[in-house]
Ligand binder design. Structure first.
Ligand SMILES: *Cc1c(COP(=O)(O)O)cnc(C)c1O
Length: 358
């Protein structure tokens, strides 16, 4: 007989690795197609030579660099083994009883229900609007005395939609101050809303100690394989995050690469302009072929194909392009290099495919 494991974990699906399609184009994980910049590659190599030494558990240099970049104090910044680790730690610092509620939109980031359940709390999901945007009024109305934490993924993964600054500020002000609100801004660098409407969680959080912002080096900064994300918030929240943090989980190579990438950010952020141009081109082509595609403020587009999602995903894989179907909701397609996007469009806009799915 094997050892007794928490039975409630049975309802969390075991991790299923993506199928291996040699030679296929991968537009399934919102990754950047470029390798590390030369300066980051050099920092990675140098840090690797010290692999026998533990990393700085406080990540002091990286946190100071981030604080400088963001115009906050080091005490306002925590780092995590990817921002997904910070999501789990945020549940840990706010929830202690199964009746504690974590509120988030659905569909949204697939990690939210998992970290909630792992943290022994209760997930409360509020459907997106018919426009596939966060329904902030419904979310505010869903707050109860048990609500401890709210995730707002902005722009939203997997629909790509974003809520604007004023709307978000109104929502933040409508939530009781005892509730911690997480603004997950993993795709912040791809936002192109006009400056008056552009939501910036760090700015919104300056006067609101119950707001914490998550950003990551995995997307625009191109370091998904090294695992570094960060939280910006009130020092009390940051101190608590550092208490539950798995010691040394942000390794030496990740810290060094993140510092080098932050220094070289202009080059990395310039690349997002090219990506945004491609995003708009892909969306226009899909719209012209008859698909519904909500406006995207991220590095992917969403096709709300409902029950046809799995079938579309398989047909795309057969055509050599891996995309990400989500149950009976839709398919997320990462924007890649122009030739990769072209191969996807060649498949998706072919008359027979567009007639079936568009
Ligand atoms: C990709 C992503 C993250 C970042 O994940 P890392 O753990 O930092 O790689 C966080 N939130 C959302 C919504 C994401 O899509």
């Amino acid at each position: 007989m094997s050892a007794k494991i928490r039975p409630d974990l049975d309802s969390i699906p075991a991790y299923v690795p993506g199928r291996n399609h040699p030679g296929a184009i991968k537009l399934a994980s919102n990754e950047t197609t470029f390798g590390p910049l030369p300066a980051a590659a050099k920092a990675i190599a140098e840090a690797a030579e010290l692999a026998n030494r533990y990393p700085d558990n406080q990540a002091t240099e990286l946190r100071a660099a981030l604080a400088d970049f963001l115009g906050v104090a080091t005490a306002n910044v925590a780092v995590g083994c990817g921002s997904v680790a910070l999501c789990q730690e945020l549940v840990q610092i706010t929830c202690g009883a199964p009746t504690d509620e974590v509120l988030f939109a659905w569909r949204s980031f697939e990690a939210y229900p998992i970290v909630t359940q792992v943290g022994n709390a209760t997930a409360v999901q509020v459907p997106l609007t018919s426009e596939l945007v966060h329904d902030l009024d419904a979310m505010a109305a869903a707050v109860t005395e048990h609500t401890k934490l709210i995730f707002v993924c902005n722009p939203n993964n997997p629909t790509g939609t974003a809520v604007g600054k004023q709307q978000l500020a109104r929502f933040l002000d409508a939530i009781p101050k005892r509730v911690l609100i997480v603004l997950d801004e993993a795709y912040y660098e791809y936002l192109r809303l006009n400056p008056q409407d552009r939501p910036d969680g760090v700015e919104l959080g300056r006067t609101r100690p119950n707001v914490v912002v998550l950003r990551t080096f995995s997307k625009a900064y191109g370091l998904a394989g090294l695992r570094a994300g960060y939280a910006v918030g009130d020092p009390a929240v940051i101190t608590a995050l550092m208490k539950v943090h798995i010691p040394f989980s942000v390794n030496r190579v990740a810290q060094a690469a993140a510092i080098a990438s932050l220094e070289a950010r202009h080059e990395l952020l310039d690349r997002t302009d090219t990506l945004v141009t491609e995003r708009e081109r892909v969306r226009e082509a899909l719209l012209a072929a008859g698909y519904r595609v909500p406006p995207s403020e991220s590095n992917f587009v969403w096709l709300p194909l409902g029950t046809r999602s799995a079938e579309f995903g398989e047909a795309s894989a057969a055509a050599g392009v891996l995309v990400r179907p989500y149950g009976a909701d839709g398919v997320r397609v990462t924007i890649g290099d122009p030739h990769e996007n072209e191969q996807f469009l060649h498949f998706a806009t072919a008359p027979a495919v567009a007639a079936q799915f568009g």
